[in-house]
Ligand binder design. Structure first.
Ligand code: URA
Length: 239
């Protein structure tokens, strides 16, 4: 790839700013100063230094975000704040995208990456990646609901869902609400909400806790994010 592209992707500025850096004779490839932005470089083979410091270039980035309500799982939108607006500028240069969608009012785990291959695998309907959610439900969730979800329920458009594991964590008779945990392996539009709707109940609050091997870091505040660890990335790739 071109050195100016690599430097821009590494967060060192726009292509124009990077050109200036190159002009200032501080960029070295394998010990030689380079000034030409078109110079080809192989980040796996070549040693790149900026003012004497080695550049650690990563082709792919992986971020775990605790999505708050009110932002949408898209890369751009004219009306609403997007999950990318929550990232620092230096983390956007490599153009990560959200892996799947959470509704605007859903909170919790969202993976952002520019690794298209991984995204494709995780979202492929063939892969059946587990997604676990915590929810507050209007209504008393019963053992019949648990059994119905275990078989799969029919959604409003006639689609029969795959089996889902539903656990009732607590019921509050007074407020007629229930706290549950649900694991689904699909990602149909509004799936959890529509599954509860199919058994006559409504989701009041929804938060994703995990996706495949990736579990939401409890230290991440709403709206905060961090890079995935090497172990998390390896587990995701092995999924
Ligand atoms: N199911 C939903 O209904 N909404 C989400 O955001 C995720 C799963």
């Amino acid at each position: 790839m071109r050195i100016d592209k690599l430097l821009a992707h590494s967060g060192l500025g726009t292509r124009k700013e990077v050109k200036k850096l190159l002009k200032s004779s501080i960029i070295e490839i394998n010990g030689e100063i380079v000034k030409d932005p078109k110079t080809q470089v192989d980040p796996d083979q070549d040693e790149i230094k900026i003012a004497g410091d080695q550049l650690d270039y990563q082709e792919f980035v992986y971020f775990m975000l605790n999505k708050p309500a009110g932002v949408i799982s898209a890369t751009e939108d004219v009306m609403h704040e997007t999950v990318l607006d929550l990232l620092e500028l230096s983390d956007i240069v490599q153009e990560p995208h959200p892996v799947g969608r959470l509704d605007i009012d859903t909170e919790g785990l969202l993976l952002l990456t520019n690794d298209g291959g991984l995204t494709h695998r995780l979202l492929s309907p063939k892969h059946h990646v587990d997604k676990t959610y915590l929810a507050e439900i209007e209504g008393i969730v019963t053992e019949e609901d648990v059994a119905a979800f275990r078989k799969g329920v029919e959604l409003d458009d006639g689609y029969q869902t795959m089996p889902a594991e539903l656990k009732v964590l607590a019921v509050d008779e007074e407020s007629q609400t229930s706290n549950i945990e649900i694991t689904i392996q699909e990602g149909k539009f509004h799936q959890v909400k529509r599954m509860f709707h199919a058994v006559g109940k409504e989701v009041l609050y929804l938060k994703r806790l995990s996706m495949g091997p990736l579990t939401l870091d409890p230290h991440l505040e709403l709206g905060a994010y961090r890079e995935c660890t090497k172990e998390e990335i390896a587990q995701l790739k092995a999924e």
